[in-house]
Design a protein around this ligand. Structure first.
Ligand code: ADP
Ligand code: MG
Length: 339
């Protein structure tokens, strides 16, 4: 019998990986915003047309890329964020898998301009179907601008599966909010079809929450703070009387990364206990800092689920931190013990 196994061409492998990394326009938005944050940007612009179906553009004032790096960034498993296996256990950046740009370039038309501060000229590169169609020097501000056009142009099933613009836009805003809340020190603007949706400056966390969700949040937030050897917890919980019927603003961030964790969510809701009525959901914005070697971020391509080695202790610490804050607030509800 002849041998029948072949290595897949890169473009095909990238398209398969893209299926996991880029489910909808919002996934591309998340990856591009995270790259901008990892590049050390202080101002990030997001421009979206037709809920991301026509255009997703992210402009940052971060470190930029050299000509060669600009080309390499679209190769699979190409990353500047880790170099060896041990570094997988010391992750401090949003990215490290080196597959987002390769995946996006397999299923969209991409144009990127980038300039490093120390270079006089930047580079402009165009890619479609994993193939670089052109690269040339160009004048550009310092940082990176990347445009994703015609997402899923070659994946009709995905394109047809996309929901209405308003649903896709809601997913995009959700991803944006997670990144913007994780990084209050970064300024953001968001435009959709020429309307400005957000224009928020770098600010302390409380102000960032208020800027994003409205000035009524100013009086709703109760600070949380707890430092232990295993985890430090800081952030805010919403006062119990503002709990909502829908699971609205419930956010955990671990080392500046938004995560979902129903076990830790339970720690918070249990702490609220009889203070909120059944079927109501308290808001919380809780930021955990842990030693990166005690978590595994690499269990899913989108990294919104992570594993903790000290999960039980962290549950107990969060529970008691929230109880403490609620206790202080109940004793002195008018006291604004700012952090
Ligand atoms: P990862 O973020 O996991 O490293 P990506 O495919 O998202 O993988 O990006 C590949 C590489 O391209 C990054 O490691 C980084 O070096 C570079 N890069 C991507 N986006 C930017 C950006 N906005 N500014 C500077 N460098 C970038
Ligand atoms: Mg990335």
């Amino acid at each position: 019998m002849p041998d029948i196994i072949q290595l897949l061409p890169d473009a095909v492998a990238n398209q398969i990986a893209a299926g996991e990394v880029v489910q909808r326009p919002a996934s591309a938005v998340k990856e591009l915003l995270e790259n901008a944050v990892d590049a050390g940007a202080t101002e990030i612009k997001l421009i979206v047309k037709d809920a991301g179906k026509t255009l997703i553009q992210v402009i940052d004032d971060g470190c930029g890329m050299s000509d060669t790096d600009a080309r390499l960034s679209f190769e699979r498993h190409a990353t500047s964020k880790i170099r060896k296996a041990e570094e997988l256990f010391q992750i401090r950046t949003k990215g490290f898998r080196g597959e987002a740009l390769a995946s996006i370039a397999a299923i969209a038309h991409v144009e990127m301009k980038s300039r490093m501060r120390e270079n006089e000229l930047g580079t402009k590169i165009q890619i479609a179907g994993s193939e670089v169609s052109s690269q040339e020097p160009c004048a550009a501000p310092c940082g990176t601008s990347i445009s994703i056009k015609n997402l899923f142009y070659n994946v009709p099933a995905r394109r047809n599966f996309l929901k209405s613009d308003s649903v896709e836009m809601r997913h995009i805003i959700e991803e944006f909010e997670r990144v913007a809340l994780a990084h209050p020190d970064v300024g953001f603007t968001v435009h959709h079809n020429n309307a400005e949706l957000f224009n928020i400056k770098s600010s302390p966390l409380r102000q960032r929450i208020v800027n994003m969700f409205g000035s009524r949040y100013n009086e709703r937030l109760v600070p949380v703070r707890e430092e232990t050897a295993i985890v430090s917890v800081m952030g805010f919980i919403g006062k119990p009387e503002f709990a909502k019927k829908t699971r609205g603003e419930q956010y955990f961030f671990v080392n500046d990364r938004y995560i979902k964790n129903s076990y830790l969510n339970h720690a918070v809701t249990q702490a609220f206990d009889e203070l909120v009525s059944r079927g109501s959901h308290p808001s919380y914005f809780l930021y955990l800092k842990v030693d990166p070697s005690t978590i595994d971020v690499n269990i899913h391509p989108t990294k919104t689920e992570i594993k903790f080695t000290e999960e039980r202790s962290i549950y107990a610490i969060i529970h008691s931190a929230v109880r403490n804050s609620l206790g202080k607030y109940n004793i002195a509800p008018s006291l604004d013990f700012d952090q």
